[in-house]
Design a protein around this ligand. Structure first.
Ligand code: NAD
Length: 261
């Protein structure tokens, strides 16, 4: 029960990594404000929680929604101790010689500005609270080219650097800021934008998980719980000497596969 008495906010909470993090934090005692644009998914999560999880509808591309989310959590629960800025999607898939200015801006708003505004509007409620911790979802895409589309990769690299500069800005208030870099994790992110029936999406997700298992030293698909465990560590006092850095949880993807030469 590392989070007994703690108040947490998680974005992108209705699915995948965010949902696993909500369940992990609430399971260890936190009161979690779970935010998403998916109202049905978010409400379903809250309903099974015995009052430990409150759903708040929030579109992270709308700064006023984020401000309202943080104010709601702080007013209802008396402050904020933990924030997991996690919501995003793949964004514009065009390469750099084809992307439109609109596609670029849309991706930056969804993947990078959302995290900046999450920190911006949470921080005033976190100052001088014992063990205040912000965790932001970056990606292996932030560390190397070729793991994902161009604009998304650049935005995730921005999340990584934002986590460092925010850590220096907020250190004076006792707030730590770190990022997490997932590898390929079996969630809906790769298929969310496809206009195909749900069962086909599930099959496609399984194929992608298997492909990643074949491409990395740890020969299994990454699961949302693998990331939630790391988020819980960064959110807890066990990581109190860590700020402005990142945790890479990728099954070894970025070191490459070992071959028999
Ligand atoms: P997911 O699609 O399962 O979950 C994403 C959630 O974010 C969904 O519930 C969705 O409704 C929500 N969301 C999307 N746009 C939103 C918006 N504008 N406002 C509020 N909520 C919104 O995907 P996931 O894999 O769990 O993704 C979570 C995070 O992990 C993302 O930041 C993603 O970029 C990152 N990530 C995922 C992987 C992976 O392999 N799955 C790898 C690296 C990084």
């Amino acid at each position: 029960m590392r989070f007994a008495g703690k108040i947490a906010v998680v974005t992108g909470a209705a699915s995948g990594i965010g949902k696993a993090a909500v369940l992990k934090l609430a399971g260890e005692g936190a009161h979690v404000f779970a935010a998403d644009i998916d109202e049905a998914g978010g409400r379903a999560l809250a309903e099974q929680s015995n009052g430990k999880i409150d759903f708040v509808r929030c579109d992270v591309t709308v700064p006023a929604d984020i401000e309202a989310l943080m104010n709601t959590a702080a007013e209802k629960a008396g402050g904020i101790d933990i924030v997991f800025n996690n919501a995003a999607a793949g964004g514009d898939r065009a390469p750099i010689d084809e992307i439109t200015p609109e596609g670029w801006d849309r991706t930056m708003d969804l993947v990078l500005k959302s995290v900046a505004m999450g920190i911006r509007y949470a921080a005033p409620h976190m100052k001088h609270r014992q063990g205040a911790s912000i965790v932001n979802t970056a990606s292996v895409a932030a560390l190397g080219a070729g793991y994902s589309p161009t604009a998304y990769a650049v935005a995730k690299a921005g999340v990584l650097h934002l986590s460092k500069v925010a850590a220096t800005d907020l250190a004076q208030y006792g707030i730590r800021v770190n990022a997490i870099c997932p590898g390929f994790i079996n969630t809906n992110i790769f298929t969310a934008s496809l206009d195909v029936p749900g069962e086909l999406k599930t099959q496609a997700n399984a194929v992608i998980a298997q492909m990643s298992a074949n491409a990395q030293p740890v020969a299994r698909g990454g699961q949302p719980e693998d990331i939630a465990n790391a988020v819980a560590y960064l959110a807890s006092e066990e990581s109190s000497f860590m700020t402005g850095t990142h945790m890479l949880v990728d099954g070894g993807l970025t070191i490459g596969q070992r071959h028999a030469w």
